[in-house]
Design a binder for this molecule. Sequence first.
Ligand SMILES: *Cc1c(COP(=O)(O)O)cnc(C)c1O
Length: 404
Amino acid sequence: MNAPSLKPIVDEPVPQPGRWGAEELARLAAMVTQSSLFYWKGPQTTALLEEFRRLYPLKYAFPCSSGTASLHIALAALRLRPGDEVIVSPITDMGSVIGILYQQGVPVFADLDPRTYNLDPADVSRRITAKTRAIMAVHLAGNPCDLAALSALARRHKVALIEDCAQAWGAKHRGTPVGLIGDFGCYSFNDFKHIACGDGGIVATNHETYGPALTKWGDKSYDRVAGTRAPEELAPNYRISEPQSAVAAAQLGKLKEIVSRRNHAGGLLTSLLADVPALLLPTVADGDTHSYWFYLLRLDLPRLSVSRADFVAALNAEGVAAGAGYIPTTVYQYPVFRNHNFFGGAWPARDHGLTTMDYRQVSCPVAEAIIEDCIVLRLNEAMSDDYIGKVARAMRVVAQRFSK
Ligand SMILES: *Cc1c(COP(=O)(O)O)cnc(C)c1O
């Protein structure tokens, strides 16, 4: 009865939002009349800061070249010292950990909640040591972390809370935009994010200790405010430039609309599939707003008679834009970590006895299980209720076909 349909249930291509338009063009047109494309006090970067602060009212903000840069700047501003530990999620982009390692810090991976795929505060608590300097909360797929619990932990242990909001433009924890609760909010404008300018990022804080020097940490330790050049610390060039700022400023003007559509589509999908036993749907905490950069769910494989790969192949045959898995392994299982191959084969922090970390021994069983059974569904702001309805029907039909 339940054989593959002759005609795919999702009988139309994935709707594509028009990502750039009149707003971006107007800013770019104004930009080409400028005499300089340098970011400092540039009109486009100034507009970007205004748009950002309208949504994220943080006192100090530095637009920079990427999300990776924004996180690295936050860690440098914290003045992370060699051997200091930063607790982070094992399912994330490399950008979350690159800055930790470049500051000679030690990423410490904590396990995840099985249904939000975000840091499990209880496991974070177990991994806090005298060397812990920060917790990095990655809002995976756009689902806010348990910031109440993580910020309480951070306060209790006097460590910083860094929010990696790269996937979570527009997401809110109990009504507060993500990035405002931790000590730093870090954001990405890379092309794949739902608010994008090709490449770019922003790091922001209200902290009076870390805030004033953010610009120096992303701009060679030059003091643009005072107009002096007497670098006191080693800092990279992570500057944004006016073309990127022009596009990013226009994009932020659309954030509310984009995220409300994504949030609606994701919520609709969850409600339509809630009674399908083989599908383990993402849970969103009461009062939180998920921005659904993508829709991440898990398969209850013991209930199914096929592998994840075959399940996803069947979904694809029904026209569903689904992928088997997100990243191929946890971050600590990547070759760079397994081989501790950070600096030309050396790892100064360990070679000098500042850490005994061995990434081959790390174990986060929940994260490893998620890697094995998760499915990524494409989701975007152009998807109508009718389209989401077809996706849900196809998911239900495939799940029934293969349920034991
Ligand atoms: C994309 C991403 C980053 C890095 O952003 P880039 O702009 O690509 O450097 C960091 N963390 C997470 C969770 C991301 O998804």
